[in-house]
Write a protein that binds this ligand. Sequence first.
Ligand code: CA
Length: 534
Amino acid sequence: MNRLRILAFVFAVLFPSLSSSRAAERPNILFIFSDDHAPHAIGAYNGWLKSVNPTPNIDQLAADGMLFENSFCTNSICGPSRAVIQTGKHSHKNGFMNNGNSFDWNQQTFPKLLQKAGYQTAIYGKSHLKGKPQGFDDWKVLPGQGLYYNPDFITPEGKITVEGYCTDIVTDMAADWLKNKRSKDKPFMLMVQHKAPHRNWMPAPRHLHLYDDIEIPEPTTLFDKWEDNAPPARHQELEIDRHMDLNYDLFVDLTPDFDQPASQKRQDRSAWKNMKRMTSKQLGIWRDAYAPKDAAFHQAKLSGKELVRWKYQRYAKNYLRCVKGVDESVGTLRDTLKELGLDENTIVIYSSDQGFFVGDHGWYDKRWMYEESLKMPFIASWPGVTKAGSRSQLMIQNLDYAETFLDVAGAEIPVDMQGLSLVPLLKGQNPTDWRKSIYYHYYEYPSVHMVPRQFGIRTERYKLIHFYEFGNEWELYDLQTDPDELSNLYGKSKYEGITADLKSQLKDLRKKYQDNTGGEAKSEEWQKKVRPLE
Ligand code: CA
C-alpha cells in the first residue's frame, strides 16, 4: 500500500460521512432528446444544412464534449426507438416493434435499475410509449404524439393542460425540477424529451419569421426518382412532390380548410386539431406570418419542379424553426445546470429518436434504412472525462444508451441487454474489438407513408438491405464511393463475393440478437392489396 492509499484509508476511517457522500458524487445524467432531428440538421455534424447555422447551442455541446459521427438507430421510428433506449434491447426483444404497439412497462428498464442504484429519475415531454411511465420519481408526459400548442400532459396526479409552446413548457418543467424538486443528496437522471421537430412542423411564435430572408440550400438528391433502387422505393408515400399536403403539412391558407378531409391515406389530423386549440392571439401571430407568404405563393402559380422547390423551402424552414426551439432548450438547460453549480458533475447528452429526410431523395419522414433516416445524433459532454471537441467514428446505436447510463452510475449491466456501454469511448479509448457492423429491422407496414418492412446490415463501408415482403428484393450500396446511395450494386458482377459475405454476416447478426422475426415473403394477393403494382 503506498502512502497515498494509506492516507485515503485513514481519512475514510476518521470521516466516514464524507467518505459515504462519495456516492452522491456519481455523475448526474441530463438526457435531452428530440423527435426526428436529423444529424445533418445540426451544425456540428457538418451536413449540407450547416450554412444555415441551425443549432449554435448543440454545436457548443459538441465543442465541449464528444460527437459520434457513426451513430445509428435499430428501427427508424419514434416509439420503437424509445423502447430500445429504455431496455437496451432490439424491438423484437422489448416487444415494441411499431407505433401501434404498447410498451410493456413491467419489463426491465434502465431507469428502474438506476433507481435501485440510488439515482433520482424524472422524465418530461414526449414518451410515446403509451401507459404510465415506470422507473421515474417524477414525470409529466404528452399523450401520444402530443401537441405543439397548449398541450395536455399526463401526470401522476392526472391530466393537465398547459398554455404555451410545447418545447418551452417541457424545458420549464425540467428546469423547475432541477431547481426545486430533486433531492440534493442523490445523483439524478433527467430525460427531457421534446416533441419537436416532429411533423406537423409548428414553430414557436417567436420563430415564425426566422429564415424569412434566406434560401435554405437544397439537397443534391431533391429530384431523385429512385431509378436504381429496388421497387419499394418507388411505392412509398413520403414525397414532397406527391404526398406533402399544402394545407395540412405547410399551413397554406390555414383557416378555410380546417375541416377538410385528409387527402392522404391514414393521415392523422393533429395539426388541424392543434390549430383549433390555439388561442386567438397565437393564431393571429400565425396568420400575420403566413398570410403574405401565401398570397405571394398563389400569385406565382407554381408547378412542376418549381412547386417542389417552394414546398421544400416552406417545409425546411418550418422544420428548422422547430429545431431552433429545441436548440434554445439545450442552451437554457445547460445554463440552469451552471446556475445551480451542477455543470461540473453532469453528463449532458443530446440525441434524437432517428434521422429524417429533409428533402433528401425528394422525401420527408424516416423509416428507411438509408443513411438520412438510419443515422441519429449523439453528442455527449462529460466534464473532466470526455475530451472537448473530440469526435468518434466507431459505430454506436440507441441500443447502447441504457448500458452506458448504468455504467456511468457504476451499476451492473444486465446480461440480457444487447448493446455496449459507451463509457470507454467517452473516456477516449478506442477498443480494437468494437463492433464492425450494425443490425437494423423496421416493421411498420402497411401504415402511413407505406414504407415496407426491411432488415439489413451496415458495415463501415457497405450496406445490404432486404425487403422481404415483396418477393425477394435486395439493395447493396458502397457508402465509400456512393454516400448518397444512388447506385444499387446488388446482383451486379464483381459484387457477388461482397454480397455473399454481407449475407453471411447479416445471418450471424440475426442469430446474435436472436431475431427470428420477418424474412417471409407475403402472397402475391396480399401484395396487390396493400400496394398496387405498376
Ligand atoms: Ca421520431
